[in-house]
Design a protein around this ligand. Structure first.
Ligand code: HEC
Length: 179
């Protein structure tokens, strides 16, 4: 959107005309920026219900560093998470991330709804976690840019995968086990 004031035809716009036009446009940008701040976007941190029993304190520490901001109810919200439109993007990541995997609501993952023996069975949580980390999709690149602690060396990545796989396997039953 760009607002231009009319100016007499035939003559080039004056300096004053340019300054007024620029000021009006800057004003519009400011008002819109202020207005979008009123749209609330932080999902906040609901209470921690239950964590899995970790295979080791190191696995938990690495997971907290690399995954907890989007996959737990203990998100560390940075100062810019208060400023729209960035706040909307962060909120989206956290809501979607928690939906798929939430270490603070392990009750939801305690019983796997996937029978790996079924033909065409979708990937189990263990397989998805391994895939996501090894492929480099998790933690996301943009997040690593702002969170040096989430950058993993090859050795750390392998240790995190191994620790998470042990943890999930120990804390997940398949429906058959409970019959
Ligand atoms: C910046 C936020 C963020 C961080 C940090 C993060 N994730 Fe995610 N994760 C997401 C979002 C958003 C989704 C859902 C959308 C998607 O699949 O991209 C997701 C999805 C997933 C999924 C499900 C993928 C699928 O399609 O089955 C797994 C598994 C996962 N993340 C594991 C991890 C692990 C393990 C870590 C830490 C090493 C991690 N994530 C770090 C945001 C994040």
């Amino acid at each position: 959107m760009r607002l231009r004031l009319p100016h007499p035809p035939g003559s080039p716009p004056s300096r004053r005309w340019w300054i007024t036009t620029l000021a009006i446009n800057a004003g519009i940008v400011l008002v819109v920026f202020a207005a979008i701040q009123l749209i609330p976007a932080r999902p906040g941190n609901p209470p921690v219900i239950r964590e899995p029993v970790w295979d080791s304190p190191e696995t938990r520490a690495r997971t907290v560093q690399a995954c907890y901001d989007c996959h737990s109810n203990e998100t560390q919200w940075p100062w810019y998470s208060r400023i729209a439109p960035v706040s909307w993007l962060l909120a989206y990541d956290v809501v979607e991330g928690r939906e798929d995997l939430n270490f603070s609501e392990w009750d939801r993952h305690a019983v796997s709804d996937i029978d790996p023996d079924e033909p065409f069975a979708p990937k189990t949580l263990v397989e998805r976690i391994e895939d996501e980390i090894r492929s480099g999709r998790m933690p996301p690149d943009l997040y690593q840019l702002n969170h040096p602690a989430a950058r993993l060396s090859d050795a750390e990545r392998e240790a995190l995968i191994a620790g998470l796989l042990r943890t999930v396997e120990q804390n997940q039953t398949t429906p058959d086990d409970t019959e």
